[in-house]
Structure formats: C-alpha cells, structure tokens
Design a protein around this ligand. Sequence first.
Ligand code: MTE
Ligand code: MO
Length: 330
Amino acid sequence: MKRRRFIKLSAISAAGMVLPLRLEGETAAMPSLKPSTLITPNADFYILQIGDPAVLDAASWRMVITGLIEKPMPPLRLEDITAMEAVTAMRTLKCIGDPIGTEQMSNANWKGIRLRNLLEKVGPKPEAKVVVFRCADGYHTAIPLEEAMETETLLAYEMNDVPLPTEHGFPIRLLNPGNYGTKNPKWIVNIQLAAEHESYWEKRGWDPIARVKLATMIGTPSEGEEITGGKVYTVSGAAFDAGNHGGIKKVEVSIDYGQTWEEAEIWAKDSPLAWVLWKWDWQVPEKSEPVEIYARATAHSGVTQDEIGIEVEPVGATGYHMIDAAIVTP
Ligand SMILES: Nc1nc2c(c(=O)[nH]1)N[C@H]1C(S)=C(S)[C@@H](COP(=O)(O)O)O[C@H]1N2
Ligand SMILES: [Mo]
C-alpha cells in the first residue's frame, strides 16, 4: 500500500554529466509554506539565487539590448521602462529544484511592461532564436524568442505594490509564465538576442525547457502532526500548473492510500498563472492510528496527477504530495 515511488530520470547521467545536482543558493530562513492567503507577503516570498543578491542603484542602473537586432538603442534607464505601458498581473513562482510538497512556491501581484513592447523597438533579426538575460550577480538564462514575444511575458519592476525588493531582483526581473523560477531572472542588466545559448543551470545539468509540472502541495497538516480524532479538521494547501494544462480544475484528497478521493473546495484563485488554494473539511474518526494524507490535482485539459513521481533533478518533481500524520483520540 505504501508509498512514494519515484522514477529517476537518467537521461542526463547517461550523457555523462554528474548527478545528483543541487540547485540551491541562499535559501536561509525559509518560512515553512502554509498557504493561507492568496497573495504571499513580500517578506514571506521564497528567495533563491546562486549567490548574494545584487544590490543595484536605481539612478545608475542601465540595461542594454544587444545581439541580433535591427535597431540598436541607447542603454535604458529605469524611467524609460516605467514610462512604457504598464501591465499588472498575479503570478506564482516555483523553483525547479523544489521537491514535492514545495516550500519554494509563492504568489504575488506584479507590475511591469510587456517584454515584446521592448523587443519590437529593437527588431529581432530573423536569425534570432532566443533571448538571453544577463544579470548583475553573474546569472544568465535564455528563453525562446516566441515565448519572449507572448503578451504574458513581463519585465516586472513592482511586487505587491512596492518596487521590487532587492532579493527579488530590483530594479527589473523577468516573469516568464509556464516556466520554473530558473527562467525568471532577477537583476537584469543585459538582454541579448542570439541564435542559441546555454544557461547557467543547463550547464549544470538542469532542464533547458523548465516547464512547470502539475502539482499539489499540502500545507496543513504538516509532516508528523497529531490530529485530534472525533472532530472536523481542515486539510489545506495549494495547487499549480502555471497554465501548462489549462489551469487547475479540481483538487482531491485521500486518506486511504488513494483508494477513494474527496473533492476539496477551491476557495481562492485568480488566473491559471497563479496558484489555487484549496481546503477539505475532514470528519476525523474517533480512534488513534497513523494516517497518510494524499492530495492530487486535475487540470482543465483533463490531466490528473500521477501517484508515481519523478524526482526533482533535472526537470522538476512530480507525484502526489503525501503527509504522514497521526490521529490521536484522548
Ligand atoms: N539573477 C538571478 N536570477 C535568478 C536566480 C539567480 O540565481 N540569479 N535564480 C532563479 C531561480 S532558480 C529561482 S527559483 C527564482 C526565485 O525567485 P525569487 O527569489 O524572487 O523567489 O529566481 C530565478 N532568478
Ligand atoms: Mo529555482
């Protein structure tokens, strides 16, 4: 009956790269994720980067657009960006290196401009296939030009109504929907149009595509929690597919190892590009025994999460989130 079975992807190791890889950075003092509000306050939003955050000054910051372009333009100042047509959007970010039951997933309201509005000004040459972002901390990543031209792809300068906090990329970061955090670079100083590019994490074996997988996490209860028998207990969490399967349609919970499922209530949501929050009121039996709680999501495309998962490396984890808890009846 038990428990998580993982398929380990071996394509990368077969190609001769060294696994396991760890995608981690300055992750210090991460609050444990208990999604209880649709918007994560900036102070609780997860932080992940390869080193120290770059501390940039708004007045001296410049961003240059280089490479395969028809009409070069002078380095951009922050005022040049904020003077362009602004867009606001709710977006969830999730790290590719995050195991099932993620703590590295958070949701915010952002303000910025459409990247395409900038790219149209410089005119990508026909040979340009990717857009490379180079960042003040040495990080670099690329996305396909078609993705860069989508109307949802934003260069953000505000997060939850304040200028981007330093840790989240001040003054400008990319929000690239559908993709894990690796494709959402912070502290951008150079945008380069190129034919191809091998990004920082791809050089270290991580997926160059990095599309977010359909996933559900249980925030409550936490692992090992004791739940009082004979009462109602609310199991709750978040689910997210970044729009890759049309958004979350339903979330279900099982307390009998996946034999039967109960539909949870989705009590907060925005667009498919933001997580949904769900809860399920459980009438806990009056007894004392261990219990395993599973949660899974079904997307609008009809896809339901699989029990069998794959581990985080190198494409992002899948599978049910399973919590071991105990019913305790005095
Ligand atoms: N410049 C820069 N941008 C970066 C990174 C980085 O190391 N440097 N890490 C990426 C990764 S792996 C993730 S998950 C997200 C995290 O964004 P956050 O710290 O704002 O939550 O930033 C992305 N952007
Ligand atoms: Mo990440």
